[in-house]
Design a protein around this ligand. Structure first.
Ligand SMILES: Nc1ncnc2c1ncn2[C@@H]1O[C@H](COP(=O)(O)OP(=O)(O)OP(=O)(O)O)[C@@H](O)[C@H]1O
Length: 231
């Protein structure tokens, strides 16, 4: 499903070179729920960005659903991203001037012509129902709690039915109650078949996933199956 082979990522500016990832080999199979942990600056977001085709490695190969994307042009990457991947971020990244329903519809607007306005609306409504927010469709992001905003962001991530969900500290801005609610939704999406990779600083949240990958200074230093994950 997601296959990273010998990934190295170097960020170069005129004066400094930062080795953000080195010798990363990681295979994530369909239906897994994986968390990525490690100290600040160790390369977690960089790794997630490689999986999400948002950034290219300096060397090595990225394979998504059997397609090696290393040579793909931006347009092909965007198409693949739109079809296969949903993103969730720590700070939600909602558009404040758009209603909840309009925010959730956004990824469908980038799909060429296969959905009408009313079917887009219907899919967005269904996605909001899945995250328990059908009673807030006409609200604007500013009228929602942090947990509700993150639920809207999850609805937006799943509206196009991607097989992969990438979440960068999805509970980082939430108190533990709301964080647990969000984890419950992610666990349900995983039980329904989505492959999920989540960056987190929170061991309690990581323990709710099936596998924990640890990074340190750009290298993978741990990869363990969590047998007794809490539901
Ligand atoms: N665009 C960039 N240009 C230069 N260096 C960068 C860039 N993005 C990230 N880095 C560097 O790469 C390293 C890894 O960054 P990354 O954001 O992946 O870490 P992280 O583990 O996600 O950190 P945090 O937990 O603080 O979010 C850091 O040393 C960072 O300074």
């Amino acid at each position: 499903m997601i296959h990273l082979k010998n990934i190295e990522k170097v960020y170069r500016t005129s004066s400094i070179e930062t080795l953000a990832l080195t010798n990363v080999n990681l295979h994530i199979g369909a239906g897994e729920f994986v968390s990525i942990m490690g100290p600040s600056g160790c390369g977690k977001s960089t790794l997630l960005n490689m999986m999400g085709l948002l950034d290219a490695p300096s060397s090595g190969q990225v394979e998504i659903n059997g397609q090696t994307v290393t040579q793909y042009r931006d347009q092909e990457l965007a198409r693949l991203r739109n079809q296969h991947i949903g993103f969730i971020f720590q700070s939600f990244h909602l558009i404040n001037d758009l209603s909840v329903l309009d925010n959730v519809e956004i990824p469908l607007l980038y799909r060429k012509g296969d959905e009408t306005g009313s079917s887009r609306r219907q899919l967005a409504q269904l996605a909001l129902e899945r995250v328990g927010l059908s009673n807030r469709m006409k609200h604007f992001p500013g009228q929602l709690s942090g947990g509700q905003k993150q639920r809207v962001a999850i609805a937006r991530a799943i509206v196009g039915r991607p097989s992969i969900i990438l979440a960068d500290e999805p509970t980082g801005n939430l108190d533990s109650g709301m964080g647990n609610e969000i984890m419950g939704i992610l666990q349900q999406l995983n039980a329904d078949g989505a492959t999920i990779v989540m960056v987190t600083h929170d061991e309690t949240m990581a323990k709710k996933t099936h596998r924990l990958v640890r990074l340190f200074d750009g290298s993978m230093v741990g990869d363990s199956t969590l047998m007794y994950n809490e539901q």
